[in-house]
Write a protein that binds this ligand. Structure first.
Ligand SMILES: Cc1ncc(COP(=O)(O)O)c(C=O)c1O
Length: 350
């Protein structure tokens, strides 16, 4: 037994399978990352910052919140930066929930939500997504009680790629005014679907976003929260003053000055690579979930063989099990050339 709370002792750590990943050896289609390094402007800004001899100073963020708010098209007072969206999610659970409160976490979904709910010793309900019907709205509605404090909606969901409509989110925001409707827009740039314009109208909607996926800097850890001003003010009371590191800010300033490179990448992934992979899967009658993100969750007849075959060809994908225990492979989409290479390898092992 540790010196800490009993229920913390009983938990297990959230450990994604990161060992042995090497972009020089592998095509990394396993973590929904951007598959190309950041552009020259971002690289140069980082190198210049280091060469400038400023690493010994504590971070200071200048007008980065205003810059991000401008990009997100919301007022700056509705935005705060976080150490990745993981920190945003953690701050929301920590600030909203007490022991015994209930969290509704439709699943399967991103592991961080249940991790945070367990840290707060909450009761977790997990209605199931379905490939045919998508988000389990009716089940979530039926699960809401006066103890519900958080309902999580990854939009689109990871690993399923399922999109949730604005109407469904509004229905939940109205049905559970005492609960945070945590809308995780981690893959916002791919899905182009947001409820950022609704946070003033429905103050229980709190959005997390990240610069990890589309923008290519998961290593630097930068995310942001969009919420009503009073919620941002409260969460700022909890976040530390230096939780976001300065290199992340330097990188994102440069990236925001060069939006074209991000937009071009998103376009290629969603309009070229995604149809390419889906066309192959359709041709081979492989079942997959409709996805609004830069990834596809596919159920091959021989998933282990496919995963091993891809691995031998230097391509990593992520096995993820559905509610019935079927093993699917969540495959991140890269650029056209990378997706052609993926499809060529799939041809050999499907
Ligand atoms: C739905 C979802 N939210 C959040 C994250 C974490 O993002 P970050 O790197 O900003 O912590 C991920 C990462 O896979 C994700 O899939």
């Amino acid at each position: 037994m540790s010196i800490f709370k009993d229920h913390i002792d009983r938990m297990s750590a959230y450990k994604p399978p990161l060992d042995g990943r090497d972009p020089k050896q592998h095509l990394l289609l396993d973590f929904n990352e951007r598959t190309l390094p950041v552009g020259e402007a971002v690289r140069k800004a980082l190198v210049d910052f280091i060469n400038d001899g400023r690493l010994q100073m504590y971070p200071s963020y200048g007008d980065i919140v205003e810059r991000i708010a401008g990009y997100a098209r919301v007022p700056a007072e509705q935005v705060m930066i976080t150490n990745g969206s993981d920190q945003g999610i953690e701050l929301i659970f920590r600030s909203a929930c007490r022991e015994g409160d209930e969290a509704i976490i439709p699943g399967p979904s991103f592991a961080m939500y249940s991790q945070c709910a367990r840290i707060e010793n909450m009761v977790i309900h997990e209605p199931a997504y379905s490939r045919e019907k998508g988000f389990p709205l009716a089940d979530v509605m039926a699960t809401i009680s006066e103890k519900t404090r958080v309902i999580t909606i990854a939009n689109p969901n990871n690993p399923s790629g399922t999109l949730v409509s604005r109407e469904e989110i509004i229905t939940l925001a109205k049905a559970a005014p005492q609960a945070v409707i945590l809308v995780d827009e981690c893959y916002f740039e791919y899905a182009s679907l947001t409820v950022a314009d609704l946070v003033g109208l429905y103050p229980n909607i709190v959005i997390t976003r990240t610069f990890s996926k589309t923008w290519g800097i998961p290593s630097l850890r930068l995310g942001y929260i969009i919420a009503a001003r009073e919620n941002i003010d409260a969460l700022l009371n909890v976040r530390g003053p230096y939780d976001v590191n300065q290199l992340a800010i330097v990188a994102i300033r440069a990236a925001l000055d060069n939006l074209d490179s991000v937009q071009e990448y998103v376009e290629e992934v969603m309009q070229v690579s995604k149809p390419l992979l889906e066309c192959f899967l359709d041709k081979r009658n492989v079942v997959y979930w409709p996805s609004g993100g830069n990834f596809v969750w596919a159920f091959f007849a021989n998933p282990e063989v496919v995963e091993r075959g891809l691995q031998e060809a230097g391509i990593l994908v992520r096995p993820k099990v559905d509610h019935q225990g079927n093993l699917g492979l969540r495959i991140t989409l890269g650029n056209k050339a990378q997706t052609e290479r993926l499809v060529a390898e799939l041809e050999k092992c499907v």
